[in-house]
Design a protein around this ligand. Sequence first.
Ligand code: OKP
Ligand code: ZN
Length: 355
Amino acid sequence: MKVIYSEECAKHAPKYEILSGNLVDYFESPVRIEIIKSHLQSFSSSHNYTFHESTDYGIDAILAVHDSDFVQYLKTAYDEWCQEGGDKNGILPEAFPHKNMPSFGRNSGAATAIAKAGHYCYDLSCCIMGGTWLAAYASAQVTISAAKALMEDCSLPNENGPIGVFALCRPPGHHATNNLCGGYCFLNNVAIVARLIISATSKKVAILDIDYHHGNGTQAIFYSTSNPIYVSLHGHPDYPWFSGHASETGEGEGEGYTVNVPLTTETDDKKYLEALRSVIQKIIAYEADFLVVSLGVDTFMHDPIAGFNMTSGVYIEIGKHIKSIGKPTLFVLEGGYHLETIGINVGNILEGFNS
Ligand code: OKP
Ligand code: ZN
């Protein structure tokens, strides 16, 4: 199985975040992908993982999902902030426009870098530093490179079941919308490749989001289209708080092509696999040609920011279930913050898929 990565993904590395009023180390750190990479490397003879540095395919696929003013903001915010005398550690919003504020919905209300930060971001998890754009761009290029590899290789004969490629990237993407960053996410990697695969092949794509958190960004981007279908299992109620209800099913042409399965925080292996089986039936009925998986392992019982009760063993079963869909599959890393187990849990999903 091909694993695509980029050293550039390490260039975004905020030191801290605030969790329940406490200053804590930033959970979404560069070590996450280092740990996963070395875990997969230690298995690479038996499971045949091959590691490939990503290629730079340019900005077009990114601009097919994200507004150009938002992309411009991500690129220039840090320099602008520094020119305005801001702290070198980076820029975080100080206030967000809400619907009863005069500048709500008006770009003119966001003149300075700090105001733009509130305009283009919806929480406090997305500090923009000197390397943030480079890392977010690299994360998207890793995912695009993985999608291209999958499209090339999926016509090759493969006796062992469907072919898979793993985009080992960060920062993650599924909380980013067309014009907002949030939830550690700047560019929506999965949305970028779903749209890329559709425009390159004219085929149908299913997105299966198994991160603990609802992928509100991916849902929003594809809410009014029937291709791709977006399917999410997630802890509820939990972050991002204002989306992910079962009643959100899409609109217009997209009606019925968003599927949300909110699960209580008591969810364990058995309950999760039951829910997964039911959505797999829906994905099979959709008759997708490609599957893109938002792969988060923050469903693990000891994850520091999530609430499920799942064990490491269940990830092998999850991988096997995903394999049973039988389609060329792109795995794209999202969350997972328990560093002691992130390698084994991601490895188990891939192992189940490759078994
Ligand atoms: C990103 B991904 C915990 C605070 C939440 C942001 C979480 C972003 C998760 N209660 N802060 O979906 O793993
Ligand atoms: Zn998550």
